[in-house]
Design a protein around this ligand. Structure first.
Ligand SMILES: [Zn+2]
Length: 298
């Protein structure tokens, strides 16, 4: 689809390539999000069928078998009933931060509840990507901002019983490299070894005023604090932090989602870190790859 990267396409090209359900299914198959083939319990290849009413399913045509299964079953998009075209365009819109409730209602006819859900699904992909790509960041003459956040895994291959989970994440201002770790609690004994593991000595570190960080200077870091609950402006130097800049840009898009500032920071942090870690790569191609990696069809 144009450009050097075969995965690259703009919004117009995307819309023009998706006339009907067949094309949407093919698109999601090519991206590794839907099955490209399924086998019935009798071991026979199933065929994909498209109904006029919008139902799409795999069927075994063997007379004595006649098993069928919905195209979405055991995939990332299950059990959503959103039309496939809406899902694809939503993902595209999300990449460019268009997916405010207003935009989704007007352009895609997606309900408010579905917008919140789908924003969460994509944020979850971001979290998984970051949790699997943690490496040491920072070093001399660099600044790393550290945040804690709640992570709510909900989708199928994480298991339904898992409850809320704290994560600790950091971003290097200069290189935009990030790390993210799951933590059982926010105690000093838990968070300090992770910082030591993920951030190079000599780094200037910004954290919130959480007590656990009080002795972080002993590990060889230049420690500063920011009061996130009141503002995101560094009181010591008056400079805006990364998260403040991001907060301002996303305020408009999240209007009407009825959440407090602190909640927003919690649920949006990993999305923000994921975006920062792209280093100019095409977000649409990257998020599709990440979905296929972490939620392959089962
Ligand atoms: Zn069969």
């Amino acid at each position: 689809m144009g450009s050097n990267d075969s995965d690259w396409c703009n919004y117009k090209q995307l819309v023009l390539s998706l006339h009907n359900d067949e094309e949407c299914v093919r698109f999601l198959q090519e991206k590794g999000i839907l099955h490209t083939n399924r086998v019935c319990k009798g071991g026979r290849d199933m065929k994909l069928r498209f109904r006029k009413n919008g139902n799409i399913y795999w069927i075994c045509q063997f007379v004595e078998c006649i098993q069928y299964v919905g195209v979405r079953k055991d995939t990332w998009i299950y059990p959503s009933r959103l039309p496939l075209i809406d899902i694809i365009l939503f993902i595209y819109g999300w990449c460019y931060e268009w997916t405010s409730i207003k935009w989704c209602e007007r352009e895609l006819n997606i309900s408010r509840k579905a917008v919140v859900d789908w924003n969460n699904y994509l944020r979850e992909v971001c979290s998984l990507k970051l949790l699997h790509s943690s490496k040491k960041i920072g070093g001399d003459n660099t600044t790393v901002e550290i945040y804690e956040s709640l992570f709510n895994p909900r989708k199928y291959n994480l298991g339904k019983t898992q409850s809320q989970q704290w994560v600790i994440g950091g971003i290097c201002r200069e290189t935009k490299e990030v790390f993210l770790h799951l933590i059982p609690d926010r105690k000093k004994e838990t968070v300090l070894p992770i910082v030591e593991e993920c951030v190079l000595p000599g780094t200037k570190i910004y954290t919130d005023e959480h007590k656990a960080y009080e002795e972080i200077y002993k590990l060889g870091y230049d420690h500063h604090t920011v009061n996130h609950s009141q503002n995101f402006v560094d009181p010591t130097i008056g400079a805006h932090t990364q998260i403040e800049r991001w907060w301002r840009s996303s305020k408009e898009r999240t209007k009407g989602q009825c959440r407090t500032r602190r909640d927003m920071l919690d649920s949006y942090m990993t999305e923000y870190l994921w975006r920062q870690s792209l280093h100019g790569k095409e977000p649409f191609a990257e998020i599709l790859k990440d979905i296929a990696t972490f939620y392959p069809p089962k």
